[in-house]
Design a protein around this ligand. Structure first.
Ligand code: ATP
Length: 456
């Protein structure tokens, strides 16, 4: 096999990711036994661990490591006036066209403008309908009567829950500007085009942080948050050459935004938005002040009780989209064969140990001769500190491969020597290197390896 073929075969494709996710319990199609529900996905045993870890990593980064940021968990159902104030009722629309021939539906802004002008379907060449505006918010109804009087929306973003609580948080936590509010939660959008697995779905999770600053200081903090968010991905252990900035041009910039950048990742289908860092000016709080009639000005005691509506710098990331990015970034089909066994490959997920669903798997070389009991005893010792797995089925090489495929960074193997001298083998996922350590030093060895981890 030539070098370039090796390169091709080792790459992540969306098909490989989808198949691995199902096979190993990361992500399943929603309601699969009924034929599946478009736009929704279920996170299996591995997926929910990965998602929770990414969320915890983000939460720690934003709150624990930033003294001036506090958390919030607002309700999904909000007063419908919220969405009038935010502009979503009026403006949260996508331009939509349908093909009269093949019946496919497209976002007009994602079609080649020349084809759109000729009303030509990009798939079958049939005739397209006129462009219609389509609001992406899901509607629902509260109360027993469904006559429109109980109209509610499923929130299309988590940010508005932060804005409407800003005064509560300033008062209850005595926050001083500049400060931020972080939140993770579900959001819903009736997306027209749902493809690429969990990249764009109707139900997803966001991790958003809104940073409140004094007008005039917004550009300084906008740059600060761009740097911070870039540095986050390096800490997450992602290949940084797969990331790039995209600045919104005048045609993309929301009318209220002063400046906006997206961090894009090179997914198998090309560079796509991962997260946005936006300077939203004082638009959001001004609108909520206007629509609610409540005074949302901040009284700045540091500047002689000056009153103003804060500017907001937003960092808005999709949790489920980040999970897809972490999977794509970690995936490798690696040629491990050597002489006489050239075509031996393994699938390995190079997760950073901090997000890996299982941190350490304990494997007895044999079930017999007390090795299984000894291995289970060692697992018990590790449980409190690490997410562990135990596997005693099949040849040891196959068990390593199974752990590689779900991205377990460390395997601990218990063999006959363990019985004699109390040492175990630690096997490292990326390098496949093996070292022997004393049982008493195992925990410290693993902790050090996690702290010093660099993708191999
Ligand atoms: P797009 O233009 O791709 O529709 P957007 O710019 O409207 O996305 P934002 O409103 O800025 O997206 O949302 C912030 C983040 O939330 C995005 O960067 C993305 O990570 C995530 N996100 C948005 N919509 C979806 C979706 N339908 N499915 C999964 N994640 C999403």
């Amino acid at each position: 096999m030539s070098e370039s073929n090796v390169e091709d075969r080792s790459q992540a494709t969306m098909e490989k990711i989808v198949s691995l996710c199902k096979r190993r319990g990361f992500v399943f199609q929603s309601s699969e036994i009924y034929g599946g529900q478009a736009g929704a996905w279920d996170y299996g045993p591995m997926g929910v661990e990965l998602k929770n870890r990414i969320q915890r990593f983000w939460w720690k980064e934003m709150t624990q490591l930033h003294d001036d940021i506090v958390g919030l968990d607002a309700a999904i159902l909000m007063h419908p006036r919220t969405w009038e104030a935010s502009g979503h009722v009026e403006n949260f629309t996508d331009p939509l066209v349908d093909c009269k021939k093949c019946k496919q539906r497209f976002r007009a802004d994602q079609i080649d403008p020349a084809k759109l002008a000729k009303k030509e379907c990009p798939e079958c060449g049939g005739e397209l309908t006129d462009t219609r505006k389509f609001n992406l918010m899901f509607k629902t109804n509260i109360g027993p009567v469904d006559d429109g009087s109980g109209l509610l929306y499923l929130r299309p973003e988590t940010a508005q829950g932060i804005y409407v609580n800003y005064k509560n948080i300033v008062q209850s936590k005595r926050m001083k500007i500049p400060f931020g509010i972080a939140q993770v939660g579900k959001a819903f959008r009736n997306e027209i085009v749902i493809k690429n697995f969990i990249f764009r779905t109707c139900e997803f999770e966001q991790m958003e942080m809104q940073y409140f600053v004094k007008p005039g200081e917004d550009e300084k903090f906008f740059n600060y948050w761009r740097e911070q968010r870039w540095a986050y991905y390096a800490k997450l252990g992602v290949r940084m050459d797969k990331l790039r900035w995209h600045q919104h041009g005048p045609d993309e910039l929301a009318h209220y935004a002063k400046d906006a950048y997206d961090i894009e990742y090179e997914f198998p289908m090309g560079f796509k938005e991962l997260e946005g860092v936006h300077n939203r000016t004082n638009y959001d709080l001004s609108r909520h002040q206007q629509f609610s009639g409540k005074d949302l000005q901040y009284i700045d005691q540091e500047s002689g009780n000056e009153r103003y509506i804060p500017f907001i710098i937003e960092t808005s990331a999709g949790l489920t989209r980040q999970l897809l990015m972490v999977l794509c970034d970690a995936y490798e089909d690696q040629k491990v064969g050597d002489k006489g066994n050239e075509d031996d490959w393994r699938t390995v997920l190079h997760f950073h140990p901090i997000v890996a669903p299982v941190t350490v798997a304990v494997l007895p070389l044999m079930k017999k001769d007390g090795l299984a009991e000894l291995a289970q005893d060692i697992r018990r010792e590790l449980k409190d500190e690490f997410a562990t797995d135990y596997d005693q089925g099949g040849a040891i090489g196959r068990r390593y491969r199974r752990q590689d495929e779900v991205g377990t960074p460390f395997c601990v193997t218990v063999d006959y020597q363990t019985k004699e001298d109390g040492t175990v083998t630690v096997r490292f996922r990326d390098s496949m290197e093996q070292i022997r350590v004393k049982r008493e030093e195992l925990e410290a060895t693993l902790k050090k390896a996690i702290k010093e981890y660099k993708r191999g």
